[in-house]
Design a protein around this ligand. Sequence first.
Ligand SMILES: Nc1ncnc2c1ncn2[C@@H]1O[C@H](COP(=O)(O)OP(=O)(O)OP(=O)(O)O)[C@@H](O)[C@H]1O
Ligand SMILES: [Mg+2]
Length: 383
Amino acid sequence: MNNLKKSTQIILKELATRYPDSTQFRKNAIVEVGKEFGYTGKDWDPLMQKDNRVKIGTYDLAGLIEPLRETMVSNSVVKMPQSAAQMQSIVNEEKTFAKTDNSFVPWGAFSDIVKIVKSNMFYPTYISGLSGNGKTFMVEQACAKVGKEFIRVQINPETDEDDLLGGFRLIDGETVFSKGPVLKAMENGAILLLDEIDRATNKIMCLQGILEGKPVLVKKTGEIVEPAEGFNVIATANTKGKGSEDGRFTAASIIDDAFLERFTISVDQQFPSLNIEKKIVFKHMEKFNCMDIDFAEKLVLWADIIRKTFYDDGVDEVISTRRLCHIVQTFSIFEKRDKAIDLCISRFDSDTKEAFLDLYSKVDADEIVEETGDINAEETYEV
Ligand SMILES: Nc1ncnc2c1ncn2[C@@H]1O[C@H](COP(=O)(O)OP(=O)(O)OP(=O)(O)O)[C@@H](O)[C@H]1O
Ligand SMILES: [Mg+2]
């Protein structure tokens, strides 16, 4: 087909359109079409070669015309894009409620977060704090307590408008606009948890207006989504949005000041006190069926000493509440304190690991207490 002259191709195309069910053509029909375009014999003769002739005056053009018809059909089914206004929007109707977790120990800002959630007000709240000290769990459990719909979005450097507000998806052969979690939370009047917001880039700037409690114009469909009563945004982060000075959170980004300005309050969450953390460890020991009061006390004391040492720049890492819970779980499997600790701190570099093990051996070595008599553990383990 491509070897044919343009004029011959035009004749062929016209024959294909005019006689949609035919592949064999009378000479008169071919010539007639050619003449209509003002062509001459040299334009239509290539279609009337000996090889194509099936009987006198009739030519079979199947080999040329069939591929041409296929391209014509596929071109005709390429639909023009639907206009945005006609675009069907869908949303996953399923409501998501957090479940109450029996291992949760309420402390710190928990009661404030519960009050904020209960108030049903739009009151964007930013919670920062070191990794694994219970920020996400606290927000989830506050929503569970109040019985409020809770939608969690994990933010990472790739998160963009499409992930947050939604985008076009092919569903049952139809292109539809599928609403993202932010629009769903707005329409349902739910709590939207933007988890680890300091991992974001400016690709999440589409949230700016939403953080003011304003309706959002979905550019892709032209639809305006209004926040329903009860909609609120809570964000968690390891940093206060100014980057990580000590380089601990290398992925933490600097959040635009104007963006941070839109949060009504900020809560800086520390690690729980010794007593609270002991309760948390007990709860996990209960959960994993490995209650050992003595071990629990030693673990939280050890974590506390490490944190104090960390704040004094004595070690580069901390043992988080999450890590203590991991140690408890590991202990429930191996039933050995030292093995559980060793396995759970192996992720740290060897110097840090050694320092942690050394501190633990001091906390949990009966012989040290025996050797030195009545010793206050905290004094003993000053570093
Ligand atoms: N108040 C608590 N009661 C019981 N367990 C807790 C509590 N706080 C934290 N934990 C334990 O610590 C784990 C980590 O908590 P969470 O995921 O909320 O930390 P985070 O502060 O959000 O950490 P990151 O900054 O790394 O996201 C929980 O899964 C739970 O096992
Ligand atoms: Mg978290």
